[in-house]
Design a protein around this ligand. Structure first.
Ligand SMILES: *Cc1c(COP(=O)(O)O)cnc(C)c1O
Length: 400
């Protein structure tokens, strides 16, 4: 692929007001107009580049949006106060009462809860499908379907979506393909594979320091303008706006994303191979045993690897809990939800981040109670980390 997302980020030149090498932080909610006429024009959406009110956008938010659009190869983007704000605003913008969404059944728990319990209040119904079976996806499309929704790499089962195949279906049936790329920034560029809208929770890898909640929608000028429309835009009217201070801090963190993703991926690959070689049921898209390994390879920007998330099934819920506690005691990482931190984070998705999904459905989709999800950290010495992890597993008789 000729497109290099990290180059696109590095090639941006965004200067501060006094020639500072970092853009100035916009510390204002409102902006003066030199003439009354230009204020009126701006409210009517006519004056390109004029700022109105910071819920609409701000210079700092535009800088961050521009960087994320460059990374994803979309025309533009809009940042939000959280990943869920980006997701819910997008879906409420695209769908009216009576419309239907076709979603992967293995998605982030919050997104699942939104589609299952919240959007039906507005008569927006969702069918959940196995996104890896394109024929089943096609069979589930109805005349009311407006949106195909998936994650590039799904949470927490790490199923990989065939973005090009889904984009072909979206085109054929005139649907919008909306892809959550939170698990695989830089590694995947779904917009270039045909997705109409690419979403991220910035809270995870992109910000990378687990100190900020944020989200982004990357898409066409046309769709982002719809979101920002002062009369009918979900971003403007639901009002989940990112704060300018946060936008500025996330922008600074993005500059090291390419190095962090490479290290997350390198460490995750090392651990996945070791754990699998020890006979543990390990799921990681970089392993050739992963059902969509070849598919991931065919879509990825190779230099960033297969990402930082892997899962291991240690059999039972009790074993999973005991192992996580012991690993935390041994400082392998933290028993915490979320991902993309410098430290390894681990949690048992069945009883935490995916607990919104009823147990029977969890079972059907293959989410066993013994699964631990790891977000592998930036450890400089992953061999040492593995040795300690191995000792913990031997102590709990998970490994011999
Ligand atoms: C965390 C997460 C979200 C939600 O993002 P927030 O910033 O917590 O609102 C959405 N999708 C995925 C895949 C996530 O991991």
């Amino acid at each position: 692929m000729a497109f290099k997302p990290a180059n696109k980020l590095e090639d941006l030149q965004q200067f501060g007001e006094f020639g500072g090498i970092n853009p100035s932080i916009s510390d204002s909610t409102t902006y003066t107009f030199l003439t009354a006429k230009s204020m009126q024009d701006t409210f009517e959406g006519k004056t390109e580049g004029c700022y109105l009110y910071s819920r609409h956008t701000s210079p700092s938010n535009l800088n961050l949006s521009e960087a994320l659009a460059a990374m994803e190869g979309t025309e533009t983007a809009q940042v939000f106060a959280s990943g869920m704000a980006a997701i819910s605003s997008t879906l409420l913008q695209l769908c009216n009462a009576g419309d239907h969404i076709l979603s992967s059944r293995t998605i982030y728990g919050g997104t699942y809860a939104f589609l299952k319990h919240f959007s039906p209040k507005f008569k927006i119904e969702t069918t959940f499908v196995d996104i890896t079976a394109l024929d089943r996806v096609e069979a589930a499309i109805t005349p009311n379907t407006k949106v195909l929704y998936c994650e590039c790499v799904s949470n927490p089962l790490l199923e990989v979506a065939n973005i090009e195949g889904l984009a072909r279906l979206a085109k054929k049936y005139n649907l919008k393909l909306v892809v959550d790329n939170t698990f695989s920034p830089l590694s995947m560029s779904p917009a270039l594979l045909g997705a109409d809208v690419v979403l991220h929770s910035l809270t995870k890898f992109i910000n990378g320091s687990s100190d900020t909640v944020g989200g982004v929608v990357c898409s066409s000028e046309d769709f982002i303008n719809q979101l920002k429309d002062i009369n009918s835009g979900a971003s403007m009217l639901l009002g989940a706006t990112m704060d300018s201070m946060r936008a500025a801090s996330i922008l600074k963190n993005i500059r090291t994303l390419h190095i962090r993703m490479q290290q997350h991926s390198k460490n995750a690959m090392y651990l996945a191979e070791k754990l699998e070689a020890n006979g543990l049921k390990t799921v990681y898209p970089g392993l050739s045993s992963h059902p969509e390994h070849k598919l991931y390879k065919s879509m990825m920007n190779t230099q960033y690897g297969f990402g930082g998330i892997l899962t291991v099934d240690v059999g039972t819920h009790d074993k999973a809990n005991a192992l996580m506690e012991l690993m935390q005691t041994n400082n392998i990482g933290y028993l915490a939800v979320s991902l993309g931190f410098y430290k390894t984070l681990f949690s048992a998705p069945g009883s935490s981040t995916s607990s919104e999904i009823p147990e029977a459905e969890q079972k059907e989709m293959g989410l066993s109670q013994g699964i631990i999800r790891f977000s592998i950290g930036l450890d400089a010495d992953i061999e040492r980390t593995y040795r300690i992890m191995h000792d913990c597993m031997v102590q709990l008789e998970i490994l011999k």
